[in-house]
Design a protein around this ligand. Structure first.
Ligand SMILES: *Cc1c(COP(=O)(O)O)cnc(C)c1O
Length: 418
């Protein structure tokens, strides 16, 4: 069989299982995005799938900063920072990020994905033990895999399970280095890790803690630093991972921590060392994004207020199938802008998504392997840029689409998935 024939057959099977992914041409942002069909037709959609939580990606200040940086310094960085150095403001942005997160230093990566993979694979050694939340993001999973260390996955946000594993490792393996790796806001469930209790455990058992706050920076805490800031535990986190690509409205990932940590990553994080630096426009835009996050706390209040209203409305309409704020930890609940409606099968998620699209709402179906089998879902991402009317429209459309897709009448096949 040729490779082409083999792949064609595999893709056919994906399509049959409603698991095929396709790309689409869409331009715009939040709240509205325009889709260009293969026939050139244009459809305007209310966008509930972007991570642009504060509406900064289209902000005039970020756009102007990007334009000016590109005009002055060019479109591309040309090489890795270890080869050609970095654009002006790169070090300034890193210093600002470090100060914001009460760390000594920070390091930019070309994406949040690259930050997770490069950092974990550079820090974790083969003889270490890693305790990883079962729902962790692919970038964390892949970084741990590259380290070749032994991984024990603990049940999602389950402190008792995490503690049992810590005990077991300490009893059996003595002084081995142990890492706890978790997200703060989980990207597919929108719930929040009980970081205060995890910090207690990591201190008691002498483990190191890595927290990925990709969906939390810019949104939580008095200064917008994330969940750890909100809970007052920033200091205990050895390795803080974040992204500039979501609430901050630009692109790029970062790590913040001690000076030796950052110096080690410069020497050992392969996704940093062997990849071209972020373009000047991205760095300039991210700096503006950070400036606005720090100067305009009203934006995050609006984003979280919108999210609370939207969740409440879905619940009132009987459309919210899982509500999982914060597990059993007893910590204060966080309302996050990620609002999942779990529908079960991938086919059903595609049909609901198609029905929503027919009503002018973009809420993409999230399917395995991104989420566990049988938990395919619609994921709504609420932004400060959504108006009360946008939120009301989307909630009502969601309630209707769930009903409509139940009887298979609307959005047959996998059309909702591209
Ligand atoms: C989105 C995300 C990333 C990746 O960030 P990018 O900047 O988009 O590459 C990493 N970790 C988590 C938890 C995420 O949700």
């Amino acid at each position: 069989m040729t490779l082409e024939a083999e792949l064609t057959e595999k893709l056919r099977r994906l399509k049959e299982a409603s698991l095929l992914r396709r790309l689409a041409v869409r331009a715009g942002g939040v709240p509205e995005i325009e889709e260009v069909g293969e026939d050139g037709s244009r459809t305007r959609l209310l966008n509930f799938s972007s991570n642009d939580y504060l509406g900064l990606a289209g902000h005039p200040a970020l756009k102007a900063a990007a334009c000016e940086a590109a005009a002055r310094y060019g479109a591309g960085a040309g090489a890795s920072r270890l080869i050609t150095g970095h654009a002006p403001w790169t070090a300034a942005l890193e210093a600002d990020l470090a100060a914001w997160l009460e760390k000594d230093a920070a390091l930019l990566f070309s994406s949040g994905y690259a930050a997770g993979v490069g950092t974990l694979s550079a820090l974790i050694e083969r003889d270490d033990v890693v305790l990883s939340d079962r729902l962790n993001h692919a970038s964390l999973i892949d970084g741990i895999r590259l380290s070749r260390a032994r991984v024990r996955r603990y049940r999602h946000n389950d402190l008792a399970h995490l503690e049992a594993l810590l005990k077991e490792v300490r009893e059996r393996e003595g002084k081995k280095r142990v890492w706890i790796v978790t997200e703060s806001v989980f990207s597919m469930d929108g719930d929040v890790a009980p970081l205060r209790e995890i910090v207690e455990l990591k201190t008691r058992y002498g483990a190191y803690l890595v927290v990925d706050e990709a969906h939390a920076v810019g949104l939580f805490g008095p200064r917008g630093g994330g969940v750890a800031e909100a809970l007052g535990v920033l200091e205990a986190i050895e390795v803080f991972i974040g992204t500039l690509s979501k609430a901050l409205g630009a692109v790029g990932g970062f790590v913040a921590g001690s000076r030796p940590l950052i110096d080690w990553l410069v020497n050992r994080a392969r996704s940093f060392m062997y990849s071209t630096a972020l373009p000047p426009a991205a760095v300039a835009a991210a700096r503006e994004g950070l400036r606005i996050v720090q100067g305009e706390p009203g934006r995050r209040r609006r984003a979280l207020g919108n999210a609370a209203w939207f969740r409440g409305r879905l619940e009132a309409l009987g459309a919210l199938r899982i509500v999982a704020p914060f597990g059993e930890s007893g910590a204060p609940p966080f309302v996050t802008p990620i609002v999942p409606i779990v529908v079960g099968s991938a086919g059903r998620a595609c049909r609901v998504s198609a029905a929503l699209r027919a009503r002018g709402i973009l809420a993409v179906a999230i399917r395995p392997p991104t989420v566990p089998d049988g938990t395919a879902r619609l994921r709504f991402s609420v932004s400060a840029a959504h108006s009360p009317d946008d939120l009301a429209r989307a909630a009502e459309a969601a309630a209707w689409a769930l009903e409509a897709a139940a009887d298979r009448g609307v959005g047959g096949g996998t059309s909702g998935c591209g």
